[in-house]
Design a protein around this ligand. Structure first.
Ligand code: ADP
Ligand code: MG
Length: 141
């Protein structure tokens, strides 16, 4: 995965960027989507899931209440927004998911960095205007 910063000007462009990024992902990766509410984490996830052909983008939403969406055996989408304690995260069985040959997209994973794999991709999203976003991809080892 190339470390790079992108700029998008619409929801559609962010979905298209997600599709493009999907083609660069290895078969197994944990991807933290980091940014404020409304930054576009779920929108980018839609594009990635679409690019991986794991689900229809209309079926991609924040797993805020379900916590984990399994779109296919090789694509997961997790949202830790509503989780307050590391002990609760332990109950989700994340390590078992991290061990699978799968792409694991995580919103609010930075709340529990110590529980995230060291080798991961971080994508930071930032509002730079009403419809503009800065999206920075970095590969950590
Ligand atoms: P998050 O998951 O980070 O809370 P969402 O992806 O659910 O954010 O929401 C992003 C919101 O911002 C959507 O309402 C979307 O239409 C809007 N938006 C406007 N411009 C963009 C853009 N360039 N990229 C992504 N979303 C955008
Ligand atoms: Mg979201």
């Amino acid at each position: 995965m190339k470390s790079r910063t992108y700029h998008t000007q619409s929801e559609e462009q962010t979905i298209a960027l997600g599709e493009a990024l999907a083609s660069e992902l290895p078969a197994q990766a944990v991807v933290l989507l980091i940014g404020n509410l409304g930054a576009g984490k779920t929108t980018l996830a839609k594009g990635i899931v679409k690019g991986l052909k794991a689900a229809d983008p209309n079926d991609v939403s924040s797993p805020t209440f379900t916590l984990i969406h399994e779109y296919s055996p090789s694509v997961y989408h997790i949202d830790l927004y509503r989780i307050d304690a590391a002990a609760q995260v332990a109950g989700l069985g994340l390590n078992e998911i991290f061990d699978r040959r799968a792409i694991v997209l995580i919103e609010w994973g930075e709340k529990f960095l110590e529980l995230m794999p060291r080798e991961r991709i971080e994508i930071r999203l930032r509002n730079t205007g009403e419809d503009s976003r800065e999206i920075a991809v970095s590969q950590l080892k």
